[in-house]
Write a protein that binds this ligand. Structure first.
Ligand code: CTP
Ligand code: MG
Length: 255
């Protein structure tokens, strides 16, 4: 008999984990072309890489893709054209004008039995499954909000922002050893993240990441180690790096 590999800690029957993939951005910083999530990486749309990265985790049984508002049908077709694991359910919903609204649209589409949710940028197509599983594991251990993060290479300055190109006065230099750059998937107890959206978003405060909204509720957020291959494809040079990572994986067959 063939034994299927199992996650280290099986979910209890009452726990179900879903991943929401916000993919509705235009990709302005990447330059002119199709919406970023639909651009090709090694011959396959970035979004498909991101969906596969979530589906590779045996903990994830549902993936909700938040498509560009005018591109839901195209995204549905792309998902049908590419091989994805049978055990993973896929839903497609239209996104909003901001990332936060897109995440909200994904949360609203979750079935009632989903208790934990991962929010993962389509723009981080190469996140390794071990990073996904580390986030899921921490949620299952009881953390309400879990974020993969990396130490910084560059020193960071706080400035008084000026007009583009003008010299900007430095206000402070935070101690680099205490700073982390955060990645996705960020994992949450579903009820906690929904509460954050209900209260923080309504107050119009917002946040630049999902965990930031939960922090504003006063709920503790923990970091787990991220991975250098979970970088976000934002600018053209990031595409060069992503292609190189894919080529290395193919050459070493280590993935
Ligand atoms: N996103 C989204 N809905 C929006 C804006 C962004 O679902 N209205 C998603 C993007 O598709 C991406 C993730 O949020 O997967 C992270 O956003 P970012 O890297 O900023 O992507 P874009 O907004 O597409 O890029 P840019 O800011 O350069 O336009
Ligand atoms: Mg953006």
């Amino acid at each position: 008999m063939y034994d299927e590999p199992r996650p280290a800690r099986p979910a209890s029957p009452t726990q179900r984990t879903a991943a929401v993939i916000p993919a509705a951005g235009r990709g302005v910083r990447l330059g002119p072309g199709a919406p970023k999530a639909l651009r090709s990486l090694g011959g396959t749309p970035m979004l498909i890489h991101a969906v596969r990265a979530m589906a590779r985790s045996r903990a994830v049984s549902l993936v909700v893709v938040v498509a560009p508002s005018d591109g839901a049908a195209e995204v549905r077709n792309l998902l049908d054209e590419h091989a994805l694991p049978d055990r993973t359910d896929i839903l497609v919903v239209p996104g909003g004008d901001t990332r936060q609204e897109s995440v909200r649209a994904g949360l609203d589409a979750l079935p009632a039995d989903v208790t934990a949710v991962l929010i993962h940028d389509a723009a981080r197509p190469l996140v390794p499954v071990d990073t996904v599983d580390a986030v899921v594991e921490a949620i299952r251990d009881g953390a309400p909000a879990v974020v993969p993060a990396m130490p910084l290479s560059d020193t960071v300055k706080e400035v008084e922002p000026g007009p583009p190109g003008a010299p900007e006065p430095v206000v402070a230099t935070p101690e680099r050893a205490r700073l982390r750059a955060v990645q996705t998937p960020q994992g949450f107890d579903r009820a906690t993240l929904v509460k954050a959206h209900d209260t923080i978003a309504v107050n119009g405060e917002g946040a630049t990441d999902d965990a930031g909204m939960v922090e504003k509720l006063g709920v503790p957020v923990v970091l787990v180690p991220g991975h250098e291959e979970a970088f976000k494809v934002t600018r053209p040079l990031d595409l060069v790096l992503a292609e190189a990572v894919l080529a290395r994986r193919r050459a070493t067959d280590a993935y």
